[in-house]
Design a protein around this ligand. Structure first.
Ligand code: HEC
Ligand code: HEC
Length: 262
């Protein structure tokens, strides 16, 4: 048990301080931390700041997302010209949540993963960005779109996708690859949101005009809607893009049968 405890402490300190201290320009001055409840109590201010930078980058937020202003402080002392923050205060819920999250990743890296026989170090540990991807509330694209459809109807999902794509394209926050909207559409169709699913697929063609998988999904959805003509039309477009795809040929045979040859 003692060995176990010592071992996991070693793992924890190793996983908590991955950032190279030497690279931080030696700005170690400032008060030593006085209210650490999860990070090792003996951490220097610089150690803590290195961890804090992984929080702001991982969640896409600034320090004040979790840290409250010093009560009664004059303005102008903070990093961005705002009121100075008192980092030791526990007034914000986000800071309390962050502590629980920290305990959770420590458990994952210090207990669960080693318990599966894994050797966990800086390069394979689970950290805030593993889930958060630069968002304070991590969410998959399809969950975000389904939420919008549920709350505000089909059109709102299209608007949301455009907005998210403008803001986050090129970051790790959301998947904007070719298959993301067809997967979201499939989920919407299965939860009886076929009009929304169809508009997601049409939207995808705006960004991926040569997407066979999108035309194939439109064909499937059109069939479910009883629209054989629409299905055939979309399927022919898919086949034009991928003439050797056996799945598409099979589908064509299935749909094509009841129709007289043209
Ligand atoms: C996602 C929330 C979050 C963000 C963002 C964040 N912090 Fe923290 N910070 C915490 C938590 C949680 C603790 C306490 C850790 C513990 O109890 O072991 C803490 C502790 C600190 C401490 C030690 C305070 C003390 O006296 O105990 C300092 C200093 C600090 N943060 C600075 C910063 C700075 C500077 C930034 C911006 C670059 C920042 N933090 C961004 C959550 C956050
Ligand atoms: C296993 C995945 C996972 C990891 C790892 C993780 N988080 Fe989270 N975090 C979540 C989820 C899920 C939520 C809830 C999002 C929601 O409410 O929609 C969340 C919410 C939060 C929130 C509250 C956001 C808000 O405004 O309500 C904070 C703060 C936070 N996490 C900080 C952290 C920090 C700091 C780390 C790293 C020490 C971390 N998280 C690691 C999954 C994770």
């Amino acid at each position: 048990m003692l060995l176990m405890r010592r071992l996991s402490f070693a793992v924890l300190t190793a996983v908590i301080f991955p950032v190279c201290l030497a690279a931080q320009g030696g700005r170690g001055a400032g008060e030593p931390p006085k209210n650490l409840q999860v990070l090792p109590k003996e951490s220097s201010r610089q150690d803590v700041l290195n961890v804090m930078r992984t929080f702001t980058a991982g969640l896409g937020v600034a320090c004040e997302y979790c840290h409250a202003e010093a009560p009664g402080a004059a303005t102008g002392g903070g990093g961005r010209g705002g009121p100075p923050l008192d980092f030791s205060l526990d007034t914000k819920d986000q800071k309390k949540t962050a502590r629980e999250m920290l305990k959770m990743v420590n458990d994952i890296n210090g207990r669960y993963l080693p318990g599966m026989g894994r050797t966990i170090g800086d390069r394979n540990r689970v950290w805030c960005e593993t889930c958060h991807h630069g968002l304070s509330k991590p969410q998959t694209l399809r969950a975000a779109l389904a939420g919008a459809v549920e709350a505000q109807g089909a059109d709102s999902a299209t608007a949301l996708y455009r907005d998210l794509r403008t803001r986050y394209y090129g970051s790790a926050a959301y998947d904007f690859s070719e298959r993301a909207l067809p997967i979201a559409a499939d989920e919407l169709a299965r939860s009886n949101q076929r009009p929304a699913a169809l508009s997601m697929l049409k939207l995808n063609l705006e960004f991926y005009s040569q997407s066979a998988v999108t035309y194939q999904s439109i064909a499937q959805l059109s069939l479910q809607n009883g629209d054989t003509t629409g299905a055939l039309d979309a399927l022919k477009k898919a086949i034009a893009l991928q003439p050797n795809n056996p799945q598409l040929q099979q589908m064509l045979q299935r749909i094509g049968k009841p129709l007289p040859p043209q």
